[in-house]
Every structure is written in structure tokens, then in C-alpha cells.
Design a protein around this ligand. Structure first.
Ligand code: SAM
Length: 277
């Protein structure tokens, strides 16, 4: 679904109205399209008992409607000027402000069944997704606005150039749902790229059958040089005979290997490590 661009007047933009100059280094593209904001909040469907967490509340475009629906909200914000504004504007009984870098934030300390939401700063979205994946056991779901190209990589099937480390690691740990696309005009300032909203829901433990450290190692090693064959990229970890024994074509490229192939490799690597004296 494509959401139509809003009718917008520059003097009505939230950053112009608030006097806050958007900071590029913090990926500050503020949402201004009420239709998109409404769609995101509808998709999240916050409930009063939820442990709801917003990453990068900014000028509060999502914070207001999330707080109105949930009654309480944690936010993680890095920009000191915005933190000062948030402190002034919101009741600390309702909004718990965590001042700092989301990339270093211990989301696990906030509780269980976390519901995490954010119009993420695009410059750190990939490392942030990997950081959040480390808390998957404590997460109920996540809804994020991201650069559309990142959502394409997250949800990519094997065989194309978008399929890579991000696709395999996230698809192993989460069910992914590409919800809708958002045009640049929905933000102030407008980013140069298209955006999209995606939902991530952790898979149950019973579906996870690989050791995470082994999977990370195998996936990073396999994709270290995309154009090379698996047998070359993986030669420090597996012999050609190992690959053949797992029914994997040694001459194939990493981008052709489905998730199940990476899981088989991770399991084999774990077994090899166990065999070591
Ligand atoms: N939620 C607001 C909205 O939709 O209008 C702002 C979204 S803006 C794309 C990204 C927000 O993340 C900004 O408020 C920015 O200051 C904040 N931010 C950037 N890097 C951050 C980091 N490392 N940790 C926490 N917040 C960060």
C-alpha cells in the first residue's frame, strides 16, 4: 500500500514551528503526515498493559498518539536538545525518558514482552536491528519505519542482490511483515529515499535450532565476498566434502543459499566445535 503525500506548508513543519533545527547526524527526518502516523499507531495497536518503547521520539509525532493509547511509554533519545524538550513536555509518571544511544541501550532491563516502535534514524538502522535482535527473547513485537531499501534487504528471498547477512540473521530470528511504503514527502525534512514500515515478531524458541554464535560466524564468513563460491568463502570453516555431505553445492554463491542451508552449516560448525579436544 502506498500512502499519498500530505499537503504540507514549509512554515507549518514541526521543526520550523518548534525552532529545532533537524540534525543530519542523528538522522532527524520528522514525521509530518498524520495519515502515516495514524497507520503506524493502528498497526501497533497499543494496549494499556503493554511495555511500549519508542526509539528516537524526536519532536513527539508518534509519542503523543502512542502515549494516548498505552498510557505509559519508555523512550530512548540521544539528542540533548530534544531530551530537554521531552522532559518539559511530558509527565514523568507516564513517559520514562532514557537519555542515550539506542545502540548501547540495554533493552532487556525494561522488562518482558517489549513492544518496540520507532521511526528509526536511517544512518544507524542496520547496526540497531542487529543490536535489537540480541534482545529477541524479551520482545513481543517491533514496528519500524526504515529506508525501503533496508526493508527490501530484511525481507529478501535467496537469489537476488538484496539477500545477505541482514536477511538471513533477521529471518532466522523473526517473522517479518512489510506493512506499507511511505513517500519522502511524509517527513520534514524529506529524506532522499523511499521509506517503509515493517513489523518484526520473534519466532518461538522451538523454531530456533541453531547456535547463534555459530550462525553469525557462518553467515558473516559466507557473505564476506558475495561474488565468490561457497567453498572458497567457507574454506576456513568447512571442507568441500563437508558441504557436499550437507547437500550444499560447493560452487554456489552465498546469495543462493536459503536460510535452511545456513542453519545446517551452523549446526555442523557447532558439532565440529564439540568434537575438538
Ligand atoms: N520519532 C520522530 C518522528 O517520527 O518524527 C523522530 C524520528 S527521527 C527519524 C529519528 C530520531 O532518533 C531523532 O529524534 C533522533 O534524535 C533519534 N536518534 C538518532 N540516533 C539515535 C541513537 N543512536 N539513539 C537514540 N536516538 C537516536
Amino acid at each position: 500500500m502506498q500512502i499519498m503525500p500530505p499537503k504540507k506548508h514549509a512554515s507549518h513543519s514541526p521543526s520550523a514551528q518548534s525552532g529545532h533545527a533537524p540534525r543530519k547526524r542523528f538522522g532527524q527526518n520528522f514525521l509530518v503526515d498524520q495519515g502515516v502516523i495514524h497507520h503506524i499507531v493502528q498497526a501497533v495497536n497499543p494496549q494499556p498493559q503493554d511495555v511500549l518503547v519508542e526509539i528516537g521520539p524526536g519532536l513527539g509525532a508518534l509519542t503523543d498518539p502512542l502515549l494516548a493509547r498505552a498510557g505509559r511509554l519508555h523512550v530512548v533519545e540521544i539528542d540533548r536538545d530534544l531530551i530537554a524538550r521531552l522532559k518539559q513536555r511530558y509527565d514523568p509518571e507516564k513517559l520514562t525518558l532514557h537519555a542515550g544511544d539506542a545502540l548501547a541501550f540495554d533493552f532487556g532491563a525494561l522488562g518482558e514482552r517489549l513492544r518496540i516502535v520507532g521511526n528509526l534514524p536511517y544512518n544507524i538502522s542496520t547496526p540497531l536491528l542487529f543490536h535489537l535482535a540480541g534482545f529477541a527473547e524479551r520482545i513481543h513485537d517491533m514496528h519500524f519505519m526504515l529506508q525501503k531499501e533496508v526493508v527490501e534487504r530484511m525481507t529478501a528471498e535467496p537469489g537476488g542482490s538484496a539477500y545477505g547477512r541482514l536477511s538471513v540473521m533477521l529471518q532466522y530470528r523473526f517473522y517479518l511483515d512489510w506493512l506499507f511504503d511511505v513517500p519522502p514527502e511524509s517527513f520534514d525534512p524529506a529524506p532522499r529515499v523511499e521509506s517503509a514500515v515493517v513489523r518484526l515478531m520473534p519466532k518461538p524458541a522451538a523454531e530456533l535450532c541453531a547456535d547463534m554464535a555459530c550462525l553469525e560466524k557462518v553467515v558473516a564468513t559466507a557473505f564476506s565476498q558475495r561474488r565468490k563460491m561457497l567453498r572458497n568463502n567457507l574454506k576456513t570453516l568447512f571442507s568441500t566434502a563437508d558441504l557436499t555431505a550437507l547437500n550444499l553445492a560447493p560452487d554456489s554463491r552465498p546469495e543462493q543459499l536459503p536460510l535452511a542451508g545456513f542453519i545446517a552449516l551452523a549446526r555442523r560448525l557447532a558439532a565440529k566445535n564439540d568434537e575438538l579436544p
